[in-house]
Design a protein around this ligand. Structure first.
Ligand SMILES: Cc1ncc(COP(=O)(O)O)c(C=O)c1O
Length: 341
């Protein structure tokens, strides 16, 4: 049972009850929350349970509302997962190189971090993951498709991870809308220890509103909701997300555009001298190994083109991570690299 992995005291907590919890119907006079009565789009507190938004997300994703958490970006979900999971011995496990926030969230909460490094080709090392589990780790973050490598793990690989790791496995799918293989959401019914994260920051183009999703077993989601700040998703965020969710066609066409640009950027990069390797990507960025990463990074910066130098990440020596932009932006980065390499 998944309950054993969630701190007992959190399961016993009673969440703070807001004015909006104690009265949820429709009234003509609201004098219960010490708000300013003069109407603007934001004079009232937002729905602390984001009911309308969750109902729509539930419909789109095919996941019941009670299995959905919404937060201030998926970063909030990452932080809360570190706080709710009970992992007294082995702490949190990550698979380097990967998204940096897992480590930061663990450190912020005084939780130790162990590494089950990816292999040199960025594939999963299942035995290393098993080893972390045997040492007592009960929370594993698996980023798929992975930042910064761009690699996506198959559902079969994720199942092998579930078998090897005896705790909560979080599959962070921030980039899933750019990927070919299906989402791990389809495995939720099979494993109550699985949590899937997605976000509106990438394909949906709403990084600025801060909205992330976690999908998982009710006890995990309830625990995250208990610990979150009552009004963690603002009124403006909820409204804007509802509007944009009503027009998925825009997101789909932008994703198509980004994928076609990704293919062009990859093939042009492969033709540049000074490019050692372009790693296959299932995301909206590419990881590229070049002969002089720092020089290239500084040169591009001097031209006002900012990419991410990932050289110091495990297994990423000499690597730049380049986000796919508009065709003109992509031309700017390609031109700069052509000049400097
Ligand atoms: C793998 C991964 N997860 C989560 C996030 C953060 O997402 P959000 O904007 O929803 O907090 C990022 C952002 O770069 C990311 O790369």
């Amino acid at each position: 049972m998944v309950n054993q992995f969630i701190k007992a005291y959190i399961q016993a907590l009673v969440p703070y009850s807001t004015a909006r919890d104690e009265f949820t119907g429709v009234a003509s006079v609201y004098l219960d929350a010490n708000e300013n009565p003069y109407q603007t789009p934001v004079n009232r507190y937002p729905d602390p349970h984001q009911r309308q938004l969750k109902a729509l997300i539930s419909e789109r994703k095919g996941v019941a509302v009670e299995n959905i958490f919404l937060g201030n970006g998926s970063d909030e979900a990452i932080d809360l997962l570190v706080r709710v999971v009970d992992t007294p011995q082995g702490g949190v496990t990550i698979t380097s190189p990967t998204y940096g926030m897992y480590k930061v969230a663990a450190a912020n909460n005084g939780v130790s971090v162990g590494d089950a490094p990816l292999r040199p080709d960025f594939s999963l090392d299942i035995e290393a993951i098993r080893g972390a589990s045997e040492k007592g780790s009960r929370l594993l973050f698996l980023c798929s498709p992975n930042n910064p490598t761009g690699t996506q793990y198959t559902l079969g690989e994720i199942k092998s991870v579930m078998d090897a790791f005896a705790g909560i496995v979080v599959v962070d799918e921030a980039y899933i809308d750019f990927a070919q293989a299906p989402s791990a959401l389809t495995l939720l019914g099979e494993y109550d220890r699985l949590v899937v994260l997605q976000t509106f920051s990438k394909a949906w183009g709403m990084a600025g509103i801060r909205l992330g999703m976690a999908f998982g077993a009710k006890v995990v989601i309830d625990s995250m909701n208990t610990l979150k700040l009552p009004y963690n998703v603002s009124e403006l965020t909820q409204r804007y997300a509802l509007e944009r969710l009503a027009e998925p066609v825009r997101m789909e066409s932008e994703v198509r555009e980004i994928l076609s640009e990704r293919a062009r950027v990859v093939s042009e990069l492969r033709r540049l001298s000074g490019v050692v390797e372009v790693f296959p990507s299932e995301t909206n960025f590419v990881l590229v190994k070049v002969t002089q990463a720092w020089r290239a990074f500084e040169y591009l910066q001097g031209k006002g083109v900012i990419v991410r130098d990932r050289s110091k990440e495990r297994g990423c020596d000499g690597c730049l991570r380049i986000t796919i932009g508009t065709p003109a932006e992509n031309n700017a980065v390609l031109e700069g690299l052509r000049e400097v390499l």
